[in-house]
Design a protein around this ligand. Structure first.
Ligand SMILES: Cc1ncc(COP(=O)(O)O)c(C=O)c1O
Length: 435
């Protein structure tokens, strides 16, 4: 085939991809008249706060919660100002606090781990497997009597092995919090992510599938958990009329009223998210179709192994990840793809800081905390339960090995069929030279 004899662009040959590269803002890049009108309507109504305003209109945040839970297939939703605040509120709702441990994978955005310390508990960081989501075997190995919750991160748009995670968690009486920040709309065995564990937390930050720049939502089927999240995420919740907090204050859960913070979502954000939600199915369809087109064109290349998927039908399609035989080759491979005009990176390089890989989480590895007494690591409740944790940059070698050999290519929905074919051509060309 002609590609076999073509010189690599990195060696002065012609580029494989000569068309525009789109940034990875799937929903953000599509913001248009729908979102514009939604914001104008909020301004015209002068209704910028969820609970009151001069006009008698229904809260857009509340409407968004209703539409989102219908899409995900859960009973309850609580909009927040970010996924980080959704994660913290969920942990607090599940009763996580001083003396507890929470298990989190070593490959995720740092927020999935930081939220644990923010909830005053100790993170236990475990391996990912070749799906680049939490390794159920290592999760089970790292359970202690102090483990209260496991955070299952549907990393880079694909589902965790939820059957095994739920089965292990049930056996050990551990709650499951799904971090769906990167996988809105994805599914596992026909159920939407965020509807499978005890709680789900989503992100609408600008880089995510649908976006309002910032934003998040908590999902659950458990009324008590949503009520407790509500009470925490809005310190004034106990005085709100009607809503879940109203039920909460009526001593529904005797003795459980506690002070909270303010993680509320703004009406402007809610309005934009209602518009973005109408785009979700189309975005997922386009990303998956692009990804499958590229995968089909490059399948069977010797030495190139696709990331294993726990349920291919539940993939959001945001990214194509494959492994090559060594980290040295991964670096070279990604550079060659960049020269071909294709945005690609290897997922772990020790010298390049990346807040998605645990060995760059200096604040955790060094147990840095906001006060000098060192809680939660030195908390008397933790010590009394026999808690003692040590971290090291090398503690999850399998995670580093897998990430070191992986190549990551974003799949924006905006790619045309021709763009996808050019990407596939570039991968074949570089594979022919290096694998
Ligand atoms: C896996 C994961 N969890 C949590 C977050 C935090 O989301 P937010 O920025 O909305 O707080 C992110 C954002 O990048 C993420 O990727």
């Amino acid at each position: 085939m002609e590609l076999n004899t073509m010189r690599l662009a990195i060696e002065g040959g012609p580029k494989s991809k000569t068309t525009e590269n789109f940034p990875m803002y799937p929903g953000g890049y599509e913001i248009g008249e729908l979102e514009k009108q939604a914001v104008i309507d909020v301004i015209n109504d002068k209704y910028l706060f969820r609970y009151y305003g001069p006009a008698n209109v229904e809260s857009r945040v509340k409407k968004f919660e209703e539409e989102f839970v219908a899409k995900i297939g859960v009973k309850y939703g609580l909009a927040t100002n970010s996924c980080t605040s959704a994660l913290i509120s969920s942990l607090v709702a599940m009763g996580v606090g001083p003396g507890d441990e929470v298990i989190v994978p070593g490959y995720t955005f740092f927020a999935s781990c930081a939220c644990i310390v923010a909830a005053k508990a100790v993170p236990v960081i475990v391996e990912v497997d070749d799906s680049l989501t939490i390794d159920p075997n290592d999760f089970e190995k790292k359970i202690t009597p102090r483990t209260k919750v496991v955070i299952a991160v549907h990393m880079r748009g694909v589902p965790c092995d939820m059957d095994r995670i739920l089965s292990i968690a049930n056996t050990h009486n551990i709650k499951v919090l799904e971090d769906v920040a990167q996988a809105t709309g994805g599914s596992y065995h026909g159920k939407r992510l965020g509807s499978i564990g005890d709680m789900g937390a989503f992100s609408f930050q600008y880089h995510k599938i649908i976006t309002a720049g910032e934003g998040g939502i908590i999902t659950t089927n458990d009324e008590r958990l949503i009520d407790r999240s509500m009470a925490y995420h809005d310190t004034a919740a106990c005085w709100r009329p009607g809503g879940p907090a109203g039920r909460f204050v009526k001593a529904r859960y005797e003795g459980e009223l506690f002070p909270g913070v303010n993680f509320r979502m703004s009406e402007l954000t809610g309005a934009v998210l209602r518009a973005q939600l109408t785009r979700l199915d189309d975005l997922l369809l386009r990303m998956n179709s692009n990804k499958n087109r590229i995968k089909n064109a490059i399948s069977g290349i010797k030495g190139l192994e696709f990331r294993r998927l726990n349920d291919a039908a539940g993939d959001t399609g945001i990214v194509l990840i494959f492994y090559v035989p060594s980290p040295e080759l991964a670096g070279k491979f990604a550079q060659a793809l960049n020269a071909e005009g294709i945005g690609a990176s290897s997922l772990h390089n020790k010298s390049v800081p990346d807040w998605h890989v645990y060995n760059h989480w200096d604040m955790i590895l060094n147990k840095w905390t906001s006060t000098s007494d060192g809680c939660p690591y030195t908390c008397p409740h933790y010590i009394a339960k026999g808690g003692k944790i040590e971290y090291s940059p090398e503690m999850n070698p399998k995670t580093l090995e897998l990430l070191g050999r992986s190549i990551h290519i974003d799949i924006p929905p905006q790619l045309s069929a021709q763009d996808c074919d050019m990407i596939a051509e570039g991968i074949i060309k570089v594979s022919n030279a290096y694998l």
